[in-house]
Design a protein around this ligand. Structure first.
Ligand code: FAD
Length: 357
């Protein structure tokens, strides 16, 4: 019997997790990832609730635990750096927190033998027809697949090609920010410092590498338009937002220009009426991002992949039935996480959150 051929776009969390379950269930799986290699992001991700069952079912829970950041909590400080309170570790680190690069590396390792990974490429066109989907790529030759999954994040190419422009589905939470690392000149040791004033927040922490300080400078914005700008313009906006700030701001702004791991992103959620269209479905942030402020994105990506694969298995591969069941089962959980994402955005300088781009 020929295997059902599936293509997954995105090799971060949802993509490799879905690849794991579908390969296990007998599918012929290809994953295409735009980055030239696995991404090495400086931040940590946490796991909550049923995500532990997913990690257990993949047989990697014990290995994941070995990378526990053992964060000890966050000290809240005022504009002069004077302590005003403390947040326990669980607020940002959940029940277990690991550097994201370790999770991605492990997920890739457990799937690399049976799943074909194609790096440095992207889907460029999708043509749906009765018996499958013709996929064109930026670099590789066009191919036929039975099913296509978008696990390619907030700015999902699969979503854009299948459902329409980003602006129709992104809800900006009034917040954008720069992230980078610098020398750990404050001597933080598995703990964080958070200073939030009206419209801005500085969050500093040291993870597993004691000599590095991870920096997040966030501020209120009216739209995520800066995401599409170059680094110069993004840095300029950060400087403008923190102009006149005391405490660590002047030193951090200086370090920002020298950082070789600078990134900029706006805090957005993805809201869609449906997560599938024919033989194409979305999983993780691409379909229902709850925003990094929710602390639920990684758990949601894992649980989403697992729920999708489980419903495909119980529907005997009937994708129409499976996609409907996946969506019905997961929506209440996603809705809860999105509420958390909106509420927590305020702590990092965001506003109430509004639709649009
Ligand atoms: C700064 C920051 C801090 C965060 N902190 C936390 C936290 O503390 N706890 C938590 O649970 N979550 C956190 N998150 C969120 C978490 O990282 C995401 O929710 C989670 O990674 C979602 O996984 P995903 O696989 O759906 O999407 P992503 O991790 O966004 O992965 C998408 C993948 O698709 C690839 N891709 C994009 N476009 C294409 C294309 N055209 N073709 C092929 N591949 C493509 C990308 O390169 C990437 O590898 C944070 C996110 C950020 C940005």
């Amino acid at each position: 019997m020929t295997k059902t051929k599936v293509l997954i776009s995105g090799a971060s969390v949802a993509g490799p997790a879905l690849a794991y379950f579908l390969h296990r269930d007998g599918y012929d799986v290809t994953v295409v990832e735009r980055a030239p290699e696995l991404r090495d992001s400086g931040y940590a991700v946490d796991f909550r609730g049923r995500a532990f069952d997913v990690l257990e079912e993949m047989g990697i829970l014990a290995e994941i635990r070995e990378h526990d950041t053992k964060m000890r909590g966050t000290v809240l400080v005022d504009e002069r750096g004077v302590e005003t309170g403390r947040l326990p570790a669980e607020v940002f680190a959940g029940e277990l927190e690991v550097p994201k690069r370790e999770l991605t590396r492990i997920l890739h390792r457990i799937t690399a033998d049976g799943v074909a990974y194609v790096f440095d490429d992207s889907i460029s066109a999708l043509t749906r027809h009765e018996s499958g989907v013709t996929v064109e790529f930026e670099r590789s030759a066009a191919r036929e697949f039975d099913l296509v999954f978008g696990a390619d994040g907030v700015y999902s190419k699969v979503r854009q090609l299948t459902f329409g422009p980003h602006a129709d589905m992104l809800r900006h939470l009034g917040l954008s920010g720069a992230g980078f690392s610098t020398a750990n000149y404050l001597g933080l040791d598995r703990n964080g410092l958070l200073q939030h004033a009206t419209g801005t927040a500085i969050y500093l922490f040291s993870l597993d590498a004691a000599e590095r300080l991870t920096v997040s400078l966030s501020f209120g914005t009216a739209s995520p338009a800066l995401d599409r700008c170059g680094r110069d313009e993004q840095e300029k906006a950060v400087r403008a937002a923190f102009a006149g700030h005391g405490w660590q701001a002047p030193r951090l702004l200086e370090a920002m220009s020298e950082a070789d791991d600078f990134y900029f992103s706006s805090t957005c959620q993805v809201h869609m009426d449906r997560w599938s269209c024919g033989r194409i479905a979305l999983v993780g942030d691409s379909g229902y991002c709850a925003a990094p402020t929710s602390g639920m994105g990684t758990s949601q990506a894992l649980i989403g992949a697992w729920t999708l694969a489980r419903n495909l298995a119980s529907a005997g591969g009937d994708h129409t039935t499976a996609f409907a069941a996946y969506e019905a089962e997961l929506r209440p959980y996603v809705a809860e996480n999105q509420v958390k994402g909106r509420q927590a955005a305020v702590m990092f300088g965001g506003g109430a959150g509004s639709a649009g781009s």
